[in-house]
Design a protein around this ligand. Structure first.
Ligand code: NAD
Length: 248
């Protein structure tokens, strides 16, 4: 198993990509802290993982609240010991366009997608430095590179910021045995995508060379690769997973 004896935190694992990743991590031997603001969903993910023989613990955290991040990490450390792997997957979408953008809406998305991911990484880092071992995978988005599709500018900016955080932390973490990478999914079969208007969805699929959107499990496998020893010499990588819709 690729993640035997590893303790992981996966944020946003109550649903979608995070849930698929948690299930895969459980199958590969990792103990998974299923961290989400949606405790009911986190419990369901943990139950599903346990049914498949995995070790899972649901934990409630609000990533927009730095105080909550700090106390949650202390709790996790006390219960499970030092963390080996952190997947910053939780995120919120915004459809609000320029004329309707408010400071509140800007901050809502930035606080969870960017600030939350950075401050959680900051709290987990000392444990990784102590172990001289760690893997951090940040979940960005194609919107970061394309400036949005139907998303608001705040969403793309938050995900572009996450790419910069990834490179900064990869520079910092390298000497301590910590790999920091990001994935950049295109269109994935989740609620986030299915909520787009039918016409938009058809146009999107037509534009993808592989001819379909991604399955959540295909994204989870890339996160697994970057969390395992298979990618031991990869850091600061920004990995596109988009069926060829953007080749850069
Ligand atoms: N679905 C796509 O097409 C797509 C494409 C590119 C990138 N992404 C990114 O992938 C990640 C997962 O997306 P998904 O489609 O699985 O979405 P999702 O909505 O199914 O999952 C997001 C999770 O984040 C949690 N969350 C929201 N606010 C939180 C907070 N304040 N504190 C803690 N947890 C919080 C939610 O409860 C939810 O469980 C997101 O970062 C998203 O931006 C998704």
């Amino acid at each position: 198993m690729k993640l035997e004896n590893k303790i992981s935190i996966i944020t946003g694992a109550a649903s979608g990509i995070g849930k698929a990743t948690a299930i895969l991590f459980g199958e590969e031997g990792s103990t998974v802290v299923v961290a989400d603001i949606d405790m009911e969903g986190a419990r369901k993910t943990a139950d599903e993982m346990r049914e498949k023989g995995g070790r899972a613990f649901p934990v409630k955290v609000d990533l927009s609240d730095i105080g909550d991040i700090q106390s949650t990490v202390l709790d996790i450390k006390e219960k499970f010991g030092d963390i080996h792997i952190l997947v910053n997957n939780a995120g919120v979408f915004s459809k609000v366009q320029i004329q309707d953008m408010t400071e509140e809406e800007w901050d809502r998305v930035m606080d969870i997608n960017l600030k939350g991911a950075f401050f959680l990484s900051k709290e987990v880092l000392p444990m990784m430095i102590k172990q001289q071992y760690g893997k951090i995978v940040n979940v960005s988005s194609l919107s970061a590179k394309r400036g949005g599709f139907t998303s608001g500018v705040n969403y793309g900016v938050s995900k572009a910021g996450l790419i910069s955080v990834t490179k900064y932390m990869a520079n910092f973490g390298g000497r301590y045995g910590i790999n920091v990478n990001a994935i950049v999914p295109g269109f994935v079969d989740t609620e986030m995508f299915q909520n787009h208007p039918e016409e938009k969805k058809k146009a999107v699929i037509k534009s993808i060379p592989i001819g379909r959107i991604a399955r959540k499990e295909e994204i989870a496998k890339a996160i697994m690769f970057l969390s395992s020893e298979d990618s031991s010499y990869i850091t600061g990588e920004i990995l596109d997973i988009n069926g060829g819709v953007l080749m850069d």
